[in-house]
Design a binder for this molecule. Sequence first.
Ligand SMILES: [Fe+2]
Length: 462
Amino acid sequence: MPKHRHIVTVRDPRDSVWQSVVERVAKREAQQAAVAHRAATAMQAPAPSAPSALQAHLDTMVEAANAQVFDRDELAQGRIPESFALAPQGAARSLGGVAATPMVSGLESAKRCASLSLQIAKAKVFGTDGQVQVLQNAFDFNVCDPFWVKCVNEYVTHFQLNGDKIPYRAGLDNLLPTPVSANATIALFGDWGTGTQDALDLLQQIKGFKPDILMHLGDVYYSGTQDEMQERFLDVCESVFGASMPTRFSLSGNHDMYSGGEGYYWLVDQLDQRASYFAIQNDDWLFIAMDTGVHDFDPIQGGSSATFLMSSEASWVNQLVANKGNKKVVFLSHHPLFSAYDPIGGSSLNPVLLSQIQDSLPQVTAWFWGHEHRLGVYDPFQNLQRGRCLGHAAVPVFADGTGDPPKLAGVPVFHQNGKPLDMGAADGIFKHGFAIMTLNGQSANVSYYRQGDTDPLWQESY
Ligand SMILES: [Fe+2]
């Protein structure tokens, strides 16, 4: 624990599904080989190659698939020049520069096969027979491991099986009986489901605050399969908290939905969350978690489109707020209402989501969201007093030296000492972070921490 040193997230949801498929096939191959090896050993028959040798080979396959989609994503976004992406400069660069990894023999040829296989898989699901044939000829010309054929078949099967709707649980009045004490400590963190050492370390740091509630703002990578929910959410929580587990919640993000949502809803049942939307409360506070992932599930269309709530859920949210009495309201979601950084359906604001909850917004003390892998703190905007993005818990993001300045005009970013809050970087990667909300009767303090820091980067009180 953790099993994954690297995490590579890309913008094309079809690639996220591919990453899950490759990992799943590799895991299955390793398990089958281990069984065969044990059986052969027990029978004193000639054993197939040692499981450790096969594991190294499978690790290379997974690494190649991740490196290939990562390089293409970087190219598409213009963050690296073509020559750099295509030259075999070493795996460390290809995998996010997280750790200096020695060049793996055969990695580059595996990347070629990974690339061709993904193209074939996509052509089979989304393209034409002609495209498949051309790509298949290229694939046959290269000497590729049969592993890739299994991945292509699994990818095609995935889309045949998961072409239906997300198993959204509509119509629940899901105000949970979860106790929230008057001085509860709530950890807020988003896009954390990577299973990496960084994710483990961050949760370890959170543990130091003795949280009563872990509020994960969604996204378990790569596509929210049950295995990924187990390994990258439950197992990591277990290894950090063991028997003293806080109450846990995990919101519905786009990556959670890319595999069709079954893994996510399985997790929801492990957490006693009942649904992808829920509310918890005490005498002074009402927390309402909304499901914005349900309309950002499409591995074909997904990415940066303007998602929205199910209409029944929006009505439920507005009704809760209308009947809140003297309670202060906190909204929680995976997707942002607005952004000064990444366009939402081509705009800085999600007008569909806004239209659904705009009557409630003046009553909302703060809205915490994730999705963008950064800290974002905003001045009042669109009748929302405090929009806060906390999607920087675990996914590595390159720091290009510019400090991630706001890119979209018109959205007011909070400034301290004349500039936005600065997460800083280490080894070319932006630092990760989280927030700790401490209730104190009717008031609350929210402290924003950087990974590894003892003192908060910034704090606010309501
Ligand atoms: Fe997301």
